[in-house]
Structure formats: structure tokens, C-alpha cells
Design a protein around this ligand. Structure first.
Ligand code: NAD
Ligand code: GLY
Length: 361
């Protein structure tokens, strides 16, 4: 087993990474201090893992909320289901919510925990690779709005994260690949040795070798924890975690939530961000080629969708949270493992890079 701590003073919390963590409550039960517990999950994950989790909580008063599965349901309307259950079951301010699921469940459960009675405790049990290496760590919670992704939310840190690698046994291949996009992101933005390790081990990782997976999740979480500890509320450095996300969010919004997976959109977006960095003269073409190759070997798309045009990209990117005073701020690379947040790329250059990637005028 591997574990680490996200250091946020009195709001610090542990992240445990191993197989069969659900079956080892001695390790994590102490982080559930309340008698009342509400498990939030969805209708795909519930039949697989809900009973196993509930069996570990037999001394608690447990209720459950089973949400419909899908990014399309990551809305304020769906959130009501959680509040309805908490109120109907008379949950008080000491209650603990448990997110059992991927990033969609985790973001919604975390936001419900941030809002319910102005903030209650919650535990993340991520069940996708993406949620283990990214969304369950760092306290960003929220829901989508028809006009923009993750536009309504709050920072609310969990009290513990349990990355039980055995949950990945049932994860579809496409979802596994989507998670690898965020893993590769850490290598690109801040950890060149990790990128090189990934290049060497991508075949074994794609086979879901346990030791390799444990190492990849651990090193991803170490990188994320280090960035979040330095800049919890994204006043500065944390923005580097959004490499490729401004392009990616435009893709997700244009294609309709859920049609392109978040990790797939981020993968194509990271290639565009690397190409822009090359165009600015900041990154060598060789790193772009290696980055693209690693993403491809991970089963990810490296080009934007064919049905989008340049205006659509620019319009949707302009709505992204990372626009400051009307200028597009993008995460770009100045080398492997060296990222900057910059508004140096002129719109004409962004258009040129989009056109070169096959996006229609
Ligand atoms: P997801 O939560 O939609 O899960 C993907 C699919 O896999 C779903 O159908 C789900 O039901 C299924 N699934 C989950 N675990 C499974 C398992 N163990 N076995 C079988 N099926 C399983 O998607 P995701 O990729 O985990 O998360 C994407 C979401 O995370 C997006 O909404 C994105 O905005 C958000 N996100 C948030 C942050 C953050 O910092 N809060 C960071 C990155 C992404
Ligand atoms: N996934 C980006 C962040 O947590 O800041």
C-alpha cells in the first residue's frame, strides 16, 4: 500500500492507495466520525460496490442516494436528490457524506457536502482512474450549467481519500484511457522523470498491472497534492493543472457533455497546448511528438473533433473560467515538466494552431 498526506494545515487529509481498501475498514473508519452516513453513488456503481461498502459500515446509520449515471446529470437539478434524502432522513451537521464513484459523483457529492447545512464532512472513494489521480484530490466540487462546465461549485476538501485499485477491475477500457490523460498531464506540467517512467511503462499500465498502477496513482497524487498545498484556491500555480483544459472544455461543451469523455477532450487539448508552445518557440518539436505518442499509446485522441470550427472553439474558450480581463490565459509548456500560465499567445496564433490541427475555418 502507498499513502500520502495533502498538507493543508488543520484541513490536511490522507490519501490511501492500494487494492482491496474497501475491505480494510480499520484503516479508514476513523475518518468517519459521525453516526449518520450518506453514501452517494450512481446506478452503474451501486450494483458493483455499494453492498460491500455498506457491509463495512454496519455500526453506522447509513442511507444512500443513487444518482442516474452520466455527465449529463451533473446538474443542480440532480443535486436536489441528495439534499432531499439528507433532509428526509434528518441528517444533522455532524453527518458524513461518502462519494462512491467517478469524478461526476465525487464532484456532486462534494458540492452537496459543501452546501448542506453550510458544510459537512465527506470522504472520497474514487472508482475511476481519473477520479483517483485528479478529481478526488484537492477539493474542487461542483456541477455543470448548460452554458459552461463546472461553472457552479465550491472548494470543499474531503476528510480522506480511498483509492481502492481493485475498483478499476470493472472500469471500461475507454474510461481507463481517459484517466491516463490526467496521469500524463502531471509528467508534462511538472514531473519530467515521471513522464519518462510513463513512456517506459505504458504497455504494462494499459494491462493494468497492479504495481505499475499503484505507482502511477501515487506519483500523480503526490504531484497534485504538492500543487494544491501551495495554492489551494487557484490564485496562481494551481492553474497549471489545467493543461489542455481550456481547449478540452470547449470540445466537451460543443460535443455535448459525455460524448467526448473529459480525459479524451483534455488529451486533444494538451496536444493543442503543446503545439501552441512549439509555435511560440518555447517547446521543442521533439517533446510534442513524444507527448502525442504517449497519449496515442494510451488509447487517447490527439486531434480535435472534425465537426468543430475555429469560431466555435474561440467562443467556447472565451467562456472558460481561465479568461482574465478578456484575454485568454492558457497553460503552456516551456519544456518537459515546465509549465507556465500565459496570455502571450495572440488569437491569430491560436487560430493558426487550430487550423493546422484540422479545425475548419
Ligand atoms: P464519471 O464519473 O462519469 O465515470 C465514468 C463512467 O465510468 C461512468 O459511467 C461511471 O458510472 C463508470 N464507472 C465509474 N467507476 C466505475 C467502475 N469502477 N467500474 C465500472 N464503471 C465505473 O467520469 P470520470 O472520468 O471519473 O470523471 C469526470 C468528471 O470529473 C467530469 O465531470 C470532470 O469535470 C470532473 N473532474 C473534476 C476534477 C476536480 O478537480 N474536481 C478534476 C478532473 C475532472
Ligand atoms: N483538476 C484541476 C484542479 O484540481 O485544479
Amino acid at each position: 500500500m502507498k499513502n500520502l498526506e495533502l498538507d493543508l494545515g488543520e484541513r490536511s487529509y490522507p490519501i490511501f492507495i492500494a487494492r482491496d481498501l474497501l475491505g480494510a475498514p480499520d484503516l479508514w473508519c476513523k475518518y468517519i466520525t459521525s453516526q449518520q452516513v450518506c453514501i452517494v453513488t450512481n446506478d452503474t456503481i451501486a450494483p458493483l460496490y455499494l453492498e460491500k461498502l455498506k457491509a463495512q459500515l454496519s455500526d453506522k446509520t447509513v442511507c444512500e442516494v443513487i444518482l442516474p449515471d452520466g455527465e449529463a446529470y451533473k446538474t443542480l437539478a440532480t443535486l436536489e436528490q441528495i439534499f432531499d434524502t439528507l433532509l428526509e432522513e434528518n441528517h444533522n451537521r455532524t453527518t458524513t457524506l461518502i462519494a462512491l464513484g467517478g469524478g461526476v459523483v465525487g464532484d456532486m457529492c462534494g458540492f452537496a457536502a459543501a452546501c448542506y447545512q453550510r458544510g459537512v464532512r465527506f470522504v472520497q472513494i474514487p472508482s475511476t482512474l481519473l477520479s483517483m489521480v485528479d478529481s478526488s484530490v484537492g477539493g474542487k466540487t461542483g456541477v455543470n450549467h448548460p452554458l459552461g462546465k463546472n461553472m457552479i461549485g465550491a472548494f470543499h476538501q474531503p476528510n480522506c481519500v480511498l483509492a481502492d485499485l481493485s475498483l478499476l477491475d470493472t472500469l471500461p477500457e475507454r474510461e481507463f484511457s481517459a484517466g491516463l490523460a490526467e496521469v500524463i498531464k502531471y509528467g508534462l506540467i511538472c514531473d519530467a522523470p515521471f513522464f519518462e517512467w510513463l513512456e517506459k511503462n505504458i504497455t504494462g499500465l494499459m494491462r493494468r498491472d497492479t504495481d505499475l498502477l499503484e505507482e502511477a496513482v501515487y506519483r500523480s497524487c503526490v504531484n497534485k497534492a504538492e500543487v494544491v498545498a501551495e495554492d489551494e484556491r487557484e490564485g496562481g500555480r494551481r492553474a497549471i493543472l489545467n493543461l489542455g483544459h481550456t481547449f478540452g472544455h470547449a470540445i466537451e461543451t460543443a460535443e455535448g457533455y459525455g460524448n467526448w469523455l473529459h480525459g479524451e477532450a483534455v488529451s486533444a487539448g494538451m496536444v493543442l497546448a503543446m503545439a501552441l508552445s512549439v509555435e511560440l518557440g518555447w517547446l521543442s518539436d521533439d517533446i510534442l511528438v513524444r507527448g502525442k505518442m504517449l497519449l496515442q499509446l494510451s488509447g487517447l485522441p490527439v486531434a480535435p473533433p472534425e465537426n468543430m470550427d475555429v469560431d466555435q472553439f474561440l467562443q467556447l474558450m472565451g467562456r472558460d473560467k481561465k479568461v482574465l480581463d478578456g484575454r485568454l490565459r492558457l497553460v503552456l509548456l516551456k519544456g518537459l515538466g515546465e509549465s507556465v500560465v500565459s496570455s502571450d499567445a495572440p488569437v491569430e496564433m491560436i487560430v493558426q494552431v487550430l487550423r493546422a490541427a484540422g479545425v475548419r475555418a
